[in-house]
Each structure stands twice: as C-alpha cells, then as structure tokens.
Design a protein around this ligand. Structure first.
Ligand SMILES: Nc1ncnc2c1ncn2[C@@H]1O[C@H](COP(=O)(O)OP(=O)(O)O)[C@@H](O)[C@H]1O
Ligand SMILES: [Mg+2]
Length: 254
C-alpha cells in the first residue's frame, strides 16, 4: 500500500530565552526523534499527553514549521524545501482555533475560501453544496456562523478544510470541547472522509474515540514514540485501551 506520510528520526527544538536581557537560554526538545509512516486511506491517530509534541509534529507535516533534524515527507515530498508541491494537496484544522468568519454564513465562508484556492466560479456551487452535505450543515448554510453551536462551528471548520479536496486532512484535536453528540457527529464525518478515500491524521486525548476510529496510531510522550500499532495491538492484554495507555505513560514517567 502507498505510503503518504513518512517521518524518520524527526526532531524539533524550540529555543526560548528568559531572564534579564534574555540571557538565559533554554532548549525544549518538543519532538525528539520520532518515526512513523501513514498509508493512503488510513485514519491514523497521534496520541499523547499535553506537551507531548503532537501539535509540533502536525505543524512540521503541514509545512508550517521547519524540522530541526530528520525526514518529514508528505506525498513523497519534503515538507520543508518542497512545500509548494504539497500545499495544494493537503489541508488542516486546528481544534481550538477558529479559521472562519463568524459574521458570514457557512456558504459565504466556503465561497471565500474557494476563491482563495482559485476554484473556478462555475464549479463552486456544486462543490460547496457537496461539502455542506458531508458535514451535515446544508440546512443551515445561509445562517450566520455566529448563530452556530460549537459542534456546528467545528463541522464548518472541517468543511473549510475540505475546500481544496485534499488527499490528506490533518486534524489537531478536532473534538476538543465538544459534547458527546457533537463529538460523535464529528467521528461520523471522519469515517465518511475515509470512505471517500481520504487519509486522515488526527490527534486526540479521547481513547474511546481512537478505539472506534483509528486504523493505527502512535503514542508519543515527551517527544518520543512509546507505542505503535492498531488499537487492539496496543491494548494487548489490558482491559481497556485507556488502561494500556495509562500504563505506558506512567511507565515512562516514573
Ligand atoms: N513556540 C514554542 N516555543 C517554545 N516552546 C514550545 C513552543 N510550542 C510548543 N512548545 C513546547 O514544546 C512541547 C511540545 O508542545 P506541543 O507540540 O504543543 O505538544 P502537544 O500538542 O502534544 O500538547 C511543549 O513542552 C511545549 O511547551
Ligand atoms: Mg497540541
């Protein structure tokens, strides 16, 4: 099967300065030599505690941040140096962030982003309609986004992420802050994306979600991979995936 994401010995350090005259230098190893590969059509999970390095990894994969060291390839191209080859073919949504205009309707938001991606005008209506149906927002398409629930806003974000028909969608904590119904709708949408042949890389803290959704995953802790495999493989003999996860993290941190 075709590999669409290839990460090898990837590292990223942040250098921060503090103290008087900012003389005190501190180096944070946010991502400390991780490797994994994602195949086309997979829902792949990136798991880990707060500060584990998930967002930093996603930023490098989506060409937003340069690696300090290692290989980071998407669709066969380096995310740094060959990023122009990648950008039109991927998209991303960051959970906490709102990449949409609240004073516009869903339809007008998507029209705006279609224009940014230079989607021909005559194709826009059908394309937008299709995406709105996929994320279950067609009926509210003309209402202003500021009238939407958190779950609806999150679905509109996904719609925005689909506007360039990406082969790979990166989602950083897409269900964060959603109620159970909202989170379930989001999982349904992620499954629909898979049915359409898209590859999804998703980060989350929710282990039930991972068990239900992900084909394979890696668990990272303090910038390093501590486990990899299918949810069943990682669960092993443990009662639940959560038990296995807690054991892994505690095993590393003790
Ligand atoms: N811009 C930054 N400058 C300095 N340190 C950062 C920056 N962004 C993240 N970090 C640090 O890098 C580590 C990994 O962060 P992050 O990738 O956001 O983890 P996660 O998404 O898993 O919570 C954390 O220790 C965090 O404090
Ligand atoms: Mg994060």
């Amino acid at each position: 099967m075709e590999t669409v994401i290839e990460v090898k010995n990837l590292r990223r350090e942040y250098v921060t300065r503090r103290g008087i005259w900012k003389r005190e230098k501190r180096v944070v190893k946010a991502v400390d030599g991780i490797s994994f590969a994602v195949r086309r059509g997979e829902i792949f999970g990136l798991l880990g505690q707060n500060g584990a390095g998930k967002t930093t990894t996603i930023k490098m994969l989506t060409t937003l941040l340069a690696p300090t060291e290692g290989t980071c390839k998407v669709l066969g191209w380096n995310t740094f140096g060959e990023e122009k080859r990648i950008r039109a073919r991927i998209n991303f949504i960051f959970g906490g962030e709102l990449g949409i205009y609240r004073r516009l309707s869903a339809w007008d938001n998507l029209r705006y982003f279609s224009n940014l991606y230079l989607i021909p005008r005559r194709e826009q209506d059908a394309h937008i309609q299709k995406i709105l149906e996929l994320v279950d927002l067609a009926e509210r398409a003309d209402d202003l986004a500021e009238t939407y629930s958190k779950g609806m806003l999150q679905r509109l974000q996904i719609a925005r992420g689909l506007i360039n028909d990406p082969e790979i969608l990166f989602m950083d904590e897409p269900t964060v802050g959603l109620d159970p119904v909202g989170a379930r709708m989001l999982r349904d949408i992620i499954r629909r994306l898979k049915e359409q042949g898209k590859t999804v890389l998703v980060t989350t803290h929710n282990l039930a979600e991972v068990e239900e959704l992900c084909d394979r995953l890696v668990i990272i802790n303090k910038g390093k991979v501590v486990a990899r495999g299918t949810p069943a493989e990682i669960k092993g003999g443990a009662e639940t995936l959560e038990d296995a996860y807690v054991k892994l993290i505690e095993g590393v941190n003790v």
